[in-house]
Design a protein around this ligand. Structure first.
Ligand code: MN
Length: 326
């Protein structure tokens, strides 16, 4: 995975970059943003205006407390926007909407197959395990420093996006990048503790509800769970804490599609889809207006949760019966 020379040259010449990611940042988005902000010769501020950050992601800030968050003034003064891990302009997490920066110099670095190439420079590697893996290669090719904290941030992104190196995206290249990051000082135990063994009781309560609401349909080939807005908030969580809880219905043996329907605001349903046993789920997400990766995709739909569950399950059932799902 070789970053384009032009990308390295342009990034190296920036004076006041703002580094952004997607709304509701996950560990890969946040880890790669903070790592790049620490490594660039000009340093960088990160954009983080909308909503709070989930508990799983908040700890990454402790690894990089010195990285500033760009306010509207800093955003206005930026000479470029580096957007990481974000497939579409509507998902970019900046002050204002995409129109606010559409005329500015945007650099787009991502591993989503559905990325819309919206930047002046686009570096998209859809078979990269994570944006963090790409940023690791970028920093190393540029010869910028990677200290222990930067290595931990990138390792966390790699770990999270491969579900702990347990998905097909954990390629030999991903393991090689992880090994290099460990040699550079990535703190495996600290990252592991935060990602796997630091649940707040509220998150535990949320998982209890996900387990409770999990159902199997279509002879056990489709598993799904639901979280209403009331269930999310009464557990003590916020919608930003919805991260990878789809791993619970996904953990059932023999399934081909796992889904989590969560009502992230009243009347808005976020659906996380995961494919198992070689079943791509991206076509279902795209048909519903979403996007993502081949085996891990998502979409947001407006409407009452019960009827959306019914409609999406019907889509999934029809899809499993069609030859393209095999
Ligand atoms: Mn990612």
């Amino acid at each position: 995975m070789t970053p384009p020379d032009e990308l390295i040259r342009v990034l190296g010449d920036l004076r006041q970059p703002v580094i952004g990611g997607h709304i509701n940042p996950d560990v890969d988005a946040m880890g790669s943003m903070l790592a790049l902000a620490r490594a660039l010769p000009s340093r960088g501020a990160i954009a983080l205006p909308r909503g709070h950050v989930g508990k799983k992601v908040a700890f990454l800030r402790q690894l990089a407390p010195e990285v500033p968050v760009a306010d509207a003034d800093r955003q206005a003064a930026a000479d470029a926007f580096v957007v990481l891990d974000t497939a579409t302009t509507s998902r970019i997490n900046i002050n204002g909407t995409w129109e606010a920066i559409a005329d500015r110099f945007v650099i787009n670095i991502d591993h989503h197959i559905t990325n819309a190439d919206y930047g002046r420079i686009n570096w998209i590697v859809d078979d990269a395990s994570s944006t963090s893996e790409m940023v690791f290669h970028l920093i190393r090719a540029a010869g910028w420093p990677i200290d222990g904290a930067t290595a931990s941030l990138l390792y966390a992104g790699l770990y999270a996006d491969t579900a702990g190196f347990s998905l097909p995206s954990a390629t030999p290249q991903a393991f090689e990048a992880a090994a290099a990051l460990v040699r550079l000082g990535a703190d495996i135990e600290r990252v592991g503790t935060y990602l796997c063994r630091s649940q707040h009781l509220s998150e535990f309560e949320l998982l209890r509800r996900v387990y409770h609401n999990t159902r199997l349909v279509e002879n056990g080939t489709i598993s799904y769970s639901t979280l209403t807005y009331e269930e999310i908030t009464s557990s003590g969580c916020t919608p930003e804490d919805i991260d990878d809880q789809v791993s619970i219905p996904r953990s059932l043996s023999g399934i081909r599609i796992a889904m989590l329907f969560s009502e992230i605001e009243p009347g808005v349903i976020r659906i996380n889809l995961r494919g198992e046993n070689g079943t791509p789920v991206l076509p279902i997400a795209v048909k519903l207006g979403g996007g993502g990766h081949r085996f891990s995709a998502g979409v947001r739909i407006r409407g009452p949760i019960a009827s959306i569950v019914e409609r999406v399950i019907a889509e999934a059932v029809a899809y499993l019966a069609a030859p393209e799902s095999a």
